[in-house]
Design a protein around this ligand. Sequence first.
Ligand code: ZN
Length: 511
Amino acid sequence: MRVATGGFSHETNTFNPRRTTLERIRRDGLYLVGPAVLEHHRGTRTVLGGFADAAAEVGMELVPTFFATHGPSTGLIDREVVTHTTERLVEGITAARPDGVLLHLHGAAAADGISDPEAYILAAVRQAVGRRTPIVVVYDLHANIGPAWAEHADAIVGYKTAPHTDLYERGVDGVRILARTLRGEVRPVVRLAKPPVLVKSGLMSMTDAPLALIKPPMYWLMARANELERRPGVLNVSVAAGFGDADVPEAGMTMLATTDGDPALAQRIVDELAALAVELRRGFATDLVMMAPAQAVDRAVSTPLWPVILADQGNNTAGGSPGDGTAILAELKRVGWPDAALFIADAQAAVAAHGAGVGGPFRMAIGGKLEPSNGDPVEVEGRVRLLSDGQILDQHFGLPVDLGRSAVVRCGHTDIVLTERPCSQYHPGFFRQFGIEPRDKRITVVQSAHLFRDEFEVREHIPRTIIEVDSPGITNPNARRFQYKNLRRPIYPLDEIEEGEAAARVAGTRA
Ligand SMILES: [Zn+2]
């Protein structure tokens, strides 16, 4: 079994004005050709790490071709990125003369003039290998999947967790389905359905988290999908929550089922799940559970139930915020710099702190420079506590991260981590690597919608209170506050959806 592998991963926030160029991917992201694709991922808990291990187990020879990614999420991708990636993948796959193809495509990319880049890549790969060579895709839960995916892929496997903790396992699933297909044991067929439901950030979480008041609908959708997956003849059932921060026709949820040669069964499964998503849609009304920044900070400084995590919803760097939102920073200043820690991506400020040196005075207006809705710059005055080259480890995924020159500036009792490049602090290790222990801080602000819950809450039990902060910024979960031009309509929550009408729409989007 000779299998060509590779992929493309980008989550495009089309509301972020910073374009994603090929140059940025080469400089700040990953651009891997040939053997480097597997060398980089081997031994990690990533999708390609799962591909590598599982392939060895089933006796599959993997031929690495090309892999490009840029994280965290940024703005609209240049068309050239997609055409270039497609060419490199097709070139590598064609040269490999493979029996099968195994791709990791994130699924939430959006490019200039190409609203569904993964479908574009899949169409080209399909054309290159022909109909007889099976193609298996593993995608991220936040994928915006268009109907064309099901035309070109033989099996589609998505993450089942948010925060994502099963990248590796889904990579293994992809390999196993492909191996069984190549041995002639199964003949996979995919169907998908798109319920008219759009979700943005926070309430996509499906962690069975003790501090969550109500389980979000995603939890129940995935529970049902997992039950359906255990039925005879079913190879995979996946629910893509979608990425509502991209204004593309494909944005929003997708239900996918891969069965063994039974399209009718696959269709029944995705129709049932799509109807369930419509039934549960009101559970995604995020305005019910968020608190304004001023109230959130007042509550955080006064509650006896600390450590408190403030989840900066509008400034979620994992979802495409540039990471310099100042809504919470301004409130911390208002209450006199309490015992708190937070990150602000501000290259100019980080460099200035390096100029001041450890122990030196720091005075500057920071943040609020990269994106107009992120608040105004906030004047801060403090001392430089620590300087760093910003080479840290993302302990959640086990991958190195380059934050550029970084510094910790202390104002009163507040530690501000200034970095050249943004990161999303979904692991306490992001703070620890800058000498800050979230367990000992009254308030830790995370630029994360929900990914932080797994490490902070479920694994380490750090917070006694978590507050979802209704901060402005392009990742605010309330879709009604944004102007969508390209999205398919009607879609909840931008439009009211009647259940009968929704059922008809679901049927109309069958692939
Ligand atoms: Zn994701």
